[in-house]
Design a protein around this ligand. Structure first.
Ligand code: HAM
Length: 416
């Protein structure tokens, strides 16, 4: 038999899961609107340079994970692996480069060619926000508080928020030097990947998961001491804003995040329930992002939460499916051509009133139509044949107990 499973790392979303998905999106829209954010939808693919320049050639996503193809004219296009770069491209002509503030949110599928595992997919969905155009630590704090508001609104308690500062790019050489001097003395105890990172990108050593490297990282000096006083003051102000807004957090100097555009604040939200190794349910930070053909960066702060991971976490916490309340379904059973025609008209009227209505349009036996009514989970069957048509009534059968009553169709519509 043919294999009709979707490609690895992708899935079909239907039924109760689709309803919870939509509920999550509606809740996000409600929360973000309260902070004056508006929805943005951009194309699912962009010119490849938007991502190579925007995220940085050196990032894992750009180097290994992008789905890139040529269009008919030979231009290279890429399915978006994340939302920030495309949002910046779209906002370029709004004045964000000149300090005009834009607040947008999005709920999009993203594509990364990663090795699939629980909570790690090749097509996944992010709910994200970007506050673009202005730079102020209060905005970083507000953005994080909004993330926590959203997470609590969808019934996820007990997530832990880690934050850190990456400073500005001008802060990093001195800080990297500090780390280099320290790690140089431990290189032979570290994993081969870290030895390579030592030469290529020393910051990546900080998030190595190997126990031996972990212990060395934990004892490493606080490199933020080498940042400028302004950058340190910026981070202090972010922390103060979070305290003012009653958002609990821990500072984690090993949090560097995988994308190159971050400056100053970075943050990640993890949850221990349900996810195993892929326990980051959301991540974000402040960024300076460069687009092709523009030498000034777009500045903003934002985050994205992984919808599949939010769903897995909710499930592990025993949260009930939302938006999945049983809605009443009515099934119209028609015996004979004339009754079926009348049922089509009745179905249209009921549907226009918002009643979920199913019916049989072909010539099927009563028994077969009852089976269909049961299969769709109908609460009531409305039955009629020639004699009911003559009397101007339908028989309403309560599917839970088999009780029947007669009613005029118009009266039935009014009662709905
Ligand atoms: P990110 O950390 O790469 O950040 O992704 C954000 C979230 O998307 C992750 O915390 C995770 O929940 C989810 N996610 C990432 N990859 C996968 C995957 N393969 N399968 C399932 N879920 C995944 C960004 O994308 C940034 N654009 C966030 C941001 C917005 N920073 C500033 N503004």
């Amino acid at each position: 038999m043919a294999d009709f499973a979707p490609p690895p790392g992708t899935s079909d979303i239907s039924g109760a899961e689709a309803k919870t998905f939509r509920w999550l999106e509606n809740t996000a829209a409600k929360v973000f609107s309260a902070y004056n954010y508006r929805e943005l939808r951009t194309p699912i693919f962009e010119y490849t340079e938007v991502f190579t320049k925007g995220l940085g050639d050196d990032t894992e996503v750009v180097q290994k994970e992008m789905y890139t193809f040529l269009d008919r004219g030979g231009r290279s296009l890429t399915l978006r692996p994340e939302g920030t770069a495309g949002v910046m491209r779209s906002l370029m002509n709004t004045g964000v480069l000149n300090g005009v503030e834009e607040r947008v949110y999005y709920m999009w599928p993203m594509f990364r060619g990663e090795r699939p595992s629980a909570g790690r997919k090749r097509q996944f969905h992010q709910i994200g926000v970007e506050n673009v155009g202005r730079v102020a630590p209060e905005l970083d704090g507000e953005c994080i508080a909004m993330l926590m508001n959203f997470i609590e609104s969808i019934g996820i308690e007990g997530a832990s928020l880690k934050i850190n500062t990456r400073g500005l790019s001008s802060d990093r050489p001195a800080a990297a030097e500090l780390l280099r001097n320290y790690f140089a003395g431990h290189l032979d105890e570290m994993c081969p990947d870290c030895r390579e990172r030592f030469n290529r990108n020393i910051w990546r050593i900080l998030d190595c998961k190997q126990p031996a490297c972990r212990a060395i990282v934990d004892a490493s000096p606080d490199y933020t001491g080498a940042f400028s006083p302004e950058s340190r003051a910026y981070f202090d102000k972010v922390c103060q804003t979070l305290e003012d807004l009653n958002v609990p957090f821990t500072i984690d100097r090993t949090l560097v995040r995988g994308l190159d555009y971050y400056v100053h604040t970075v943050f990640e939200l993890t949850h221990s329930a349900g996810l195993g190794a892929q326990n980051a349910i959301a991540g974000g930070g402040r960024y300076e992002l460069f687009l092709p053909g523009e030498n000034r960066p777009v500045r903003g702060v934002g985050f994205a939460a992984g919808v599949e991971r939010l769903l897995l976490t909710r499930e592990a916490l025993g949260a009930k499916n939302e938006g999945g309340e049983k809605e009443k379904i009515v099934f119209l059973i028609g015996l004979g051509e004339k009754a079926r025609r009348e049922n089509m008209k009745l179905a249209e009227k009921l549907r226009r009133k918002g009643v979920i209505t199913a019916l049989e349009v072909e010539d099927k036996s009563f028994k077969s139509q009852m089976r269909s009514a049961n299969r769709v989970g109908a609460a009531e069957a409305l039955i009629r044949g020639d004699s009911e048509l003559e009397k101007g009534i339908v028989i309403v059968k309560d599917m839970s107990n088999g009780e029947q009553k007669e009613i005029h169709p118009e009266e039935y519509i009014l009662s709905c």
